[in-house]
Write a protein that binds this ligand. Structure first.
Ligand SMILES: CC(C)(COP(=O)(O)OP(=O)(O)OC[C@H]1O[C@@H](n2cnc3c(N)ncnc32)[C@H](O)[C@@H]1OP(=O)(O)O)[C@@H](O)C(=O)NCCC(=O)NCCS
Length: 183
């Protein structure tokens, strides 16, 4: 896939405060600075980054996953200055069932400004009503991670239930709350 084709299929989106765009090598330094913080990864399945090489390899893998059609990941950037602040994604893209899973994270200094909600709403809008033409977008969060649950609610997702002990992360099992939105 050429760079031009990628850009066409990976739309840039803007919200009141954000620009959502393709994550690229120019984001590596800021990405690593934010992802090294263990507070960011306390309630997610990935571990905080331990070296900049890990970040480089991850950003490269995003491109590969996008090329395969498995996952679309946008860098969440400040609209005014285009500074990298985190990621929002649609993964598990299932063409048969017209469904996908949403996920997101932001660097700790960017929390509680409404950014995750803005990013998720934009991606839901694209997923349901844009090229992907999905019918259902779902998301899961560790039940104790209340801030994530609030983001899902504020983005219009409906609570579907709790999957007990469904996620093994950092040496223990977590209950996952599942939310979804349908067209
Ligand atoms: C979860 C996360 C994405 C939220 O991003 P954010 O930009 O701060 O989210 P928003 O500002 O849009 O909304 C946060 C909401 O959670 C609420 N909140 C924050 N901390 C909370 C807590 N400890 N308990 C309950 N609610 C909390 C905020 O008050 C806000 O709700 P409100 O608008 O009703 O007041 C961010 O904290 C993060 O990136 N965490 C690390 C990675 C992660 O956990 N990703 C999500 C995996 S499901």
């Amino acid at each position: 896939m050429t760079e031009t084709e990628n850009a066409r299929m990976m739309p840039e989106m803007v919200t009141d405060d954000l620009c959502l765009r393709k994550c690229s090598q120019k984001d590596i330094e800021e990405f690593y600075r934010l992802a090294v913080n263990p507070n960011v990864t306390k309630f997610v399945q990935w571990d905080n980054h331990k070296s900049i090489e890990e970040t480089i390899s991850y950003v490269t893998s995003l491109e590969e996953e996008f090329s395969k059609g498995d996952r679309m990941t946008w860098a969440i950037c400040s609209r005014a200055a285009d500074v990298f602040m985190g990621l929002v994604s649609l993964s598990q893209i299932n063409e048969k069932n017209f469904s996908a899973e949403a996920g997101f994270w932001l660097g700790e200094e960017h929390w509680n400004n409404g950014y995750a909600t803005q990013a998720l709403k934009a991606v839901i809008d694209y997923g349901l009503y844009g090229n992907l033409n999905l019918h259902r977008i779902y998301a899961r969060h560790f039940v104790e991670h209340l801030a994530c649950g609030r983001v899902l609610q504020k983005a219009g997702m409906i609570f579907d239930g709790v999957e007990r002990g469904s996620v093994y992360s950092k040496g223990r099992f977590f209950d996952a709350a599942r939310y979804a939105i349908t067209k």
